[in-house]
Design a protein around this ligand. Structure first.
Ligand SMILES: Nc1ncnc2c1ncn2[C@@H]1O[C@H](COP(=O)(O)OP(=O)(O)OP(=O)(O)O)[C@@H](O)[C@H]1O
Ligand SMILES: [Mg+2]
Length: 270
């Protein structure tokens, strides 16, 4: 469903602020894959999603989605078939509009031929059913403005908006990181259920190693702009959080060693 070939992205090249955000990324995500991504701060996780959505373009390489080369396709066009949920629960919905109105926007997105359709009673019933599935006691509050909801409820509505029209690709960028533990757990189980029920292809960035192991059929580890591990469903079942932490600290140790060796070499020979 998603294919990234030889992707490189450098920010501010040739300046003191140069950052090699992604280096030689090759990745194939199959239809129906649910991929979790972990990696240290600044390892390029969000940049990877930004390239998939077309927020900016890669310096080199090709991005294909569902067999089509979209490397230079604008983000608003890709938004018809890619949905994204961000960390901030206040960013994915319009606070002064009601739950029903927000859902109507999501419903008429995705290249709908006639975007100005009204909220018919049939559609309203459909939204009610969908909102009931969130199990957040919101089904009788369709006419409440979204700004009145709690962070967890609002992120659940945002998630529903994101999957309402079954996008080809669902991208989640630490979408529960700003929620309290109870709401986060609720939104995570909702995420799992929606992805399974709609058989979506999804990529979820998380800072929780446990979540990364528990969810999805594949986990990628990013480190300094590179994919350093691609863990299969079978391997995930066997791994513990300690094993994952071990993989990261091994990398750091190896790097430290190289740095020390280099410093020593430099002091002795240069
Ligand atoms: N638009 C931009 N302009 C300049 N530098 C950027 C831009 N976006 C990201 N970067 C840099 O690229 C690197 C990767 O950033 P990215 O946001 O992808 O990391 P991340 O893995 O998502 O980190 P975090 O876990 O903190 O969210 C960082 O050094 C960041 O400062
Ligand atoms: Mg990020």
């Amino acid at each position: 469903m998603i294919q990234l070939s030889n992707i490189n992205k450098i920010f501010n090249p040739g300046t003191v602020n140069e950052v090699k955000a992604l280096t030689n990324i090759n990745l194939e995500v199959n239809n129906g894959d649910f991929v979790t991504i972990i990696g240290t701060n600044g390892s390029g996780k969000t940049t990877l999603l930004n390239l998939i959505t077309g927020s900016f373009f890669p310096d080199t390489g090709i991005i294909s989605i569902d067999g089509k080369n979209v490397t230079r396709e604008k983000d608003y066009k890709r938004a018809r078939y890619i949905s994204r949920v961000f960390q901030n629960p206040y960013s994915g919905s319009a606070p002064k509009m009601t739950i029903a109105e927000n859902l109507l926007i999501a419903y008429t997105r995705n290249g709908h031929r006639n975007p100005v359709i009204s909220l018919t009673s049939k559609l309203r019933n459909y939204f009610r059913e969908q909102v009931a599935m969130l199990e957040m006691q919101l089904e009788d509050r369709l006419d409440n403005v979204v700004g009145m909801l709690s962070g967890g409820q609002r992120q659940a509505v945002t998630l529903l908006m994101a999957v309402l029209k079954s996008p080809k690709v669902l991208l989640l960028d630490e979408h529960t990181a700003a929620l309290d533990p109870k709401s986060a757990a609720q939104v995570i189980s909702l995420t799992k259920r929606m992805i399974e029920e709609k058989n979506l292809t999804a990529i979820m960035i998380t800072h929780s190693m446990q979540q990364a192991l528990d969810l999805g059929n594949r986990t990628l580890m990013l480190y300094k702009g590179e994919i350093i591990d691609d863990i299969s469903a079978n391997e995930k079942r066997r791994l513990t959080v300690d094993d994952l932490l071990g993989k990261f600290s091994d990398l750091r140790k190896r790097e430290k060693l190289t740095e020390d060796v280099l410093t020593k070499l430099k002091s002795e020979y240069i």
